[in-house]
Design a protein around this ligand. Structure first.
Ligand SMILES: [Zn+2]
Length: 483
C-alpha cells in the first residue's frame, strides 16, 4: 500500500477499509503535545479528523489531504507526521536573470505543496541589484541595469529592473499565507559589483566600474577599511530588515577574492588596528561586525561556508555548506554550530541532469559523514539553490528545478529510513499533472537519470560554457593583483 503524498508520510498505520473523503467536512482537534509543524490525520468510516498544535500543522495536514484525495477511495488509516528538519529551503537567484512576481508565486505554490518552509531570495549580485531602495536610490538607477552582451538578453539595450517594495511585500505575504518565510540575501563583501558600480567610494580603489555581464568571481569587493562601508551595510540591512519580517538574514560571504584588500592602505590599516593576522581574518572581522549589528536587531544570520575560513567567525552564524572540501562546516557543527546542507554536487539545480541526475540529488545524505552525534543535531536542514547565469527564462528554470527541487523537499521532511528513491518516483509521476496545472512544466522523465554517455557529454558541455578563463584565474589565485 502506498499513499500518493510528497513528501512521503513518516508514519502511517492502516486500519482496514476505505472511503472517499470530503475536505470540506474535515474535523479538527487541537493538541499541544504536537510540535509546531507536526500533524496527525485519522481517516475512517466516520470521516477525516486532523490533529495539530496550531495552524501550521493543520496547514501541512491539509496539504497531505489534498494529495491523498486525488487517489479516489482512500484507505482508512492513522497518520502521524513531522519533519526531519526545521529548515527546508529553496533559493532563487533573481540577480543574473529576473523572474516575474507571478512566476515566483508559482514556485512558492509548489514549494508549499511539498512542505518547504523557506524561500531564500538572492536579490543582489555582480550582475544586478533587485530590491527597491529609498535610502540608496543609485542601487536602482545604476545597479539594477547592465549592458546586454555576455548573458544579458542580446536583443535589449539594457537588461535589468528591480522588485518594488510593494511587489516584495506581496511576495512576503503570499509566502506567509503558506507558512513560508522569505530569507533575503545581501551578499558581502564579495559579489558586490552592483553596489560598487552604484557607489564606487565603497570599494578599495573607488573607481567607477560597470556591472558584470558574465558569470564568475570578481575582485572589486567592499573595502573593509572604510567606515562608510559599514554605514552603508547597516543602512541597507535596516531597509531589508524592515521589508522582510523573517528572523533570518543571509549575508553571503562567499567567493571574496582578497587581491584588493592586500593592496589597500585602509584595509591594511584595519588589520593593524584590530590586531588581525591576515586578509582572511579581516573577512571574519567584517562578517562579525555585520552579524553583531543584525543580532542587535533580533535577527539570526546565515552565511556561505567560506565565512569559516577566517577562523574567528561568530559561533551563532548559521553556515550554508555549499562547497567545503576541508570539512570546516562539519567541524563547526561538531562544536555546536548550526549548518544548512546545500551541497554543490547534489543540490545545485543550475547544473544539468547529466551532471546531477535526480537519483543523485535524492539519495544524497544530508547528515554528512564527518558529523558526530552533536554535529548531527547541528544540521538545521537542507536547501536547494537555482543560480540563473544560464537560465534566461521561466521554462528553462522549471525544467532544471522540477523534479529535482521536489527531491530535496522530500529529503528535508522524511527520516533517513523513510527515504526511498523507487517509491519517490512512483509518487512523483502521480504529481506531474498537478505541476502542469499550476504552470510548471517539469523535465520529462527520460531526462531525470540519463545514461552515462549522455551524462559525460552534458557535463563537459556545461563546464565549457560556465568556466571562463577569468573566473578560473580568480578561483586559483584569489589574492593576486594583476590588473
Ligand atoms: Zn580596502
Amino acid at each position: 500500500m502506498i499513499l500518493n503524498v510528497i513528501p512521503r508520510i513518516n508514519k502511517v498505520d492502516y486500519t482496514g477499509g476505505e472511503s472517499y473523503i470530503d475536505l470540506a467536512a474535515v474535523k479538527y482537534t487541537a493538541d499541544d503535545s504536537y510540535g509546531d509543524e507536526a500533524y496527525g490525520i485519522v481517516i475512517n468510516a466516520e470521516g477525516v479528523e486532523v490533529i495539530s498544535k496550531g495552524e501550521k500543522g493543520k496547514f501541512y495536514a491539509m496539504k497531505t489531504l489534498e494529495q491523498i484525495k486525488n487517489m479516489g477511495k482512500v484507505p482508512h488509516c492513522v497518520i502521524k507526521d513531522a519533519p526531519e528538519f526545521p529548515y527546508r529551503g529553496f533559493m532563487i537567484d533573481s540577480s543574473r536573470h529576473m523572474q516575474s512576481v507571478d512566476e515566483i508565486k508559482k514556485y512558492i505554490e509548489a514549494a508549499a505543496r511539498y512542505k518547504f518552509n523557506i524561500f531564500h531570495w538572492h536579490i543582489c549580485d555582480d550582475q544586478g541589484w533587485r530590491m527597491e531602495s529609498e535610502k540608496y536610490p543609485l542601487l536602482n538607477e545604476k545597479g539594477s541595469w547592465r549592458d546586454c552582451h555576455g548573458f544579458g538578453s542580446p536583443n535589449m539595450e539594457k537588461y535589468g529592473g528591480y522588485y518594488t517594495k510593494d511587489e516584495i511585500r506581496d511576495i512576503v505575504n503570499f509566502c506567509e499565507e503558506r507558512f513560508i518565510e522569505v530569507v533575503p540575501e545581501i551578499d558581502m563583501p564579495g559579489h558586490v559589483t552592483a553596489i560598487v558600480s552604484s557607489y564606487p567610494e565603497l570599494s578599495c580603489r573607488g573607481v567607477q566600474i560597470p556591472l558584470e555581464t558574465t558569470g564568475g568571481i570578481f575582485k572589486n569587493i567592499l573595502c573593509a577599511g572604510k567606515e562608510e562601508v559599514f554605514d552603508f551595510c547597516f543602512g541597507i540591512l535596516d531597509e531589508v530588515a524592515e521589508l522582510f519580517p523573517c528572523k533570518y538574514i543571509h549575508i553571503g560571504g562567499d567567493e571574496a577574492p582578497k587581491a584588493r584588500w592586500c593592496n589597500c592602505e585602509k584595509c591594511q590599516q584595519r588589520i593593524k588596528d584590530e590586531h588581525l593576522n591576515s586578509v582572511e581574518e579581516l573577512q571574519g572581522y567584517f562578517a562579525n561586525r555585520i552579524i553583531a549589528y543584525l543580532k542587535s536587531k533580533g535577527k539570526e544570520v546565515l552565511a556561505w561556508n567560506e565565512s569559516l575560513n577566517s577562523g574567528i567567525l561568530d559561533g551563532d552564524c548559521i553556515i550554508c555548506d555549499w562547497m567545503d572540501r576541508a570539512h570546516k562546516s562539519e567541524a563547526y557543527a561538531n562544536q555546536g554550530g548550526k549548518i544548512i546542507i546545500e551541497d554543490f554536487y547534489h543540490y545545485y539545480l543550475d547544473y544539468p541532469y547529466g551532471m546531477t541526475p535526480l537519483k543523485k540529488t535524492y539519495t544524497y545524505e544530508p547528515y554528512l559523514k564527518k558529523l558526530d552525534s552533536k554535529g548531527r543535531k547541528g544540521v538545521l536542514g537542507v536547501e536547494t539553490p537555482i543560480w540563473t547565469e544560464y537560465i534566461e527564462d521561466f521554462g528553462k528554470m522549471c525544467y532544471m528545478c522540477f523534479p529535482r527541487m521536489i527531491a530535496v523537499g522530500e529529503r528535508g521532511w522524511v527520516t533517513p529510513e523513510n527515504a526511498n528513491y523507487a517509491d519517490f518516483k512512483i509518487r512523483l509521476r502521480n504529481d506531474i499533472p498537478y505541476l502542469k496545472e499550476i504552470g510548471i512544466t517539469p523535465a520529462d522523465e527520460r531526462e531525470w537519470d540519463p545514461p552515462l554517455k549522455v551524462r559525460i557529454d552534458r557535463t563537459l558541455g556545461h563546464l565549457k560554457k560556465a568556466l571562463s578563463p577569468a573566473s578560473i584565474k580568480a578561483t586559483l589565485f584569489p589574492n593576486r593583483e594583476d590588473d
